[in-house]
Design a binder for this molecule. Structure first.
Ligand code: PLP
Length: 382
């Protein structure tokens, strides 16, 4: 079905931040599979983990245990201060699980609280619950009616959140940085203010770290920049090195609200994707990719600022970067970059998003900036 408008290229292989097409052309990938290819394309350790696990056992369902899944749950717990995981297959499903968990938990401790407060411009996925939490009317309108019990307030405005969160609120869901809305970074104290509001009102704080999580912003999780600890956290995208996998994590006392049979996924946390995720977490650690994301992100942002600073705002954290223009030029820029075999994402009509693999080095940054300089001049002439 024509749900995508793909660029006219067919890729056959990749390595690090490079992709190769059917004609043998090389592309520098600064879109990163939309923030998925964090350890680079076809990382040998991830590929080997997938091949080994696929040769041993591919699927048994969650009626039985597998070692990779058990190890992955333990590994994620060790990265998150002991959170428990529910495994699924995508970001949207991680959000669905978080919403159900929040309402289930509220049923136990805050009876009557059903409402989920989300933010304007926020993006949480395309399934109905996640779409209802999403704060982008154009994506919602054609599919109404959506599930009830979702309200939206302006992003970055803790006072607006305070005015609406109350006895009927089960949870607040926010992205630490809004990705699909064009890499919108809130003020440094925003998450902390929401955290204390949630504490005061007995409301769960769900952080959607599907895009910001797992090293992309220069920390394991973006909430670490503000010192805020979520009650529930959604992960997906980079988690299994490119295989479909999502996870809804929660503090153990909150996770306990789900009883057997409350939620499920046939494929969630299967042994192949769990083995891939374990390999991807190993690579992030052993190759120092979190530090690299912070360092390369600074370099790239500085370079982008020098190139575009007079006519655009460069914003983001680590290797989650947006260049926000005053007019709708992002398609023209992405297209001119594509012609020069650099992939960037025109995430909104006026914002270019860069979310390259975290493995990029100085020469990749320099190459991307060289291309973008040419692109800037070409688009300015047009
Ligand atoms: N949440 C956030 C913050 C996202 O950026 C996305 C996807 O871009 C999703 C959820 C949905 O993820 P998926 O496309 O895997 O369903």
């Amino acid at each position: 079905m024509a749900t995508y408008k793909p660029w006219p290229v067919t890729f056959t292989s990749g390595s690090g931040a490079l992709l190769r097409d059917t004609e043998g052309n090389e592309y520098l990938d600064f879109a990163g599979g939309i923030a998925v290819a964090s350890v680079g394309h076809a990382h040998p350790r991830v590929s080997a983990a997938i091949a080994e696990q696929a040769a041993a056992l591919i699927h048994v369902s969650n009626l039985y245990g597998t070692e990779p899944q058990q190890e992955l749950a333990a590994r994620l717990a060790s990265l998150t201060g002991g959170m428990h995981s529910f495994f699924c297959n995508s970001g949207a499903e991680a959000v669905e699980a978080a919403i159900k968990l929040a309402r289930r938990h509220a049923g136990d401790v805050k009876p009557g609280a059903r409402t989920i407060v989300a933010t304007d411009g926020g993006f949480h996925g395309r399934t109905f619950g996640a779409l209802a939490a999403t704060g982008q009317p154009a994506k919602q309108e054609p599919f109404r009616p959506l599930p009830a019990g979702f309200v939206h307030v302006p992003y970055g405005d803790a006072d607006a959140m305070e005015a609406i969160v109350g006895d009927d609120t089960a949870a607040v869901i926010v992205e630490p940085i809004q990705g699909e809305n064009g890499v919108v970074v809130p003020a440094p104290d925003y998450l902390g203010e929401i955290r204390s509001l949630c504490d005061r009102t007995g409301t769960l704080l769900i952080l959607d770290e599907v895009q910001t999580g797992l090293g992309r912003t220069g920390r394991w999780f973006a909430h670490e920049h503000s010192g805020v600890i979520p009650d529930v956290m959604c992960l997906a995208k980079a988690l299994a090195g490119g295989l479909p996998m999502g996870a809804c994590l929660a503090r153990p006392d909150i996770a306990a609200a789900f009883r057997a049979g409350d939620h499920a996924s046939t494929f969630g946390g299967g042994p192949v994707q769990s083995a891939a995720a374990l390999a991807m977490l190993d690579v992030i650690e052993s190759e120092g990719l979190i530090e690299n994301a912070a360092h390369m992100g600074e370099l790239l942002m500085k370079g982008l600022d020098a190139l575009f600073g007079s006519r655009a705002t460069v914003r983001g954290r680590g290797l989650m970067i947006g260049v926000a223009f005053e007019s709708d030029v992002s398609r023209a820029i992405a297209s001119a970059a594509f012609d020069r075999h650099l992939l960037v994402n025109d995430v909104t009509p006026s914002v270019i998003r860069l979310s390259p693999p975290l493995v990029i080095d100085e020469s990749d940054v320099a190459r991307a900036l060289d291309v973008l300089e040419e692109v800037r001049d070409e688009v300015a002439k047009a």
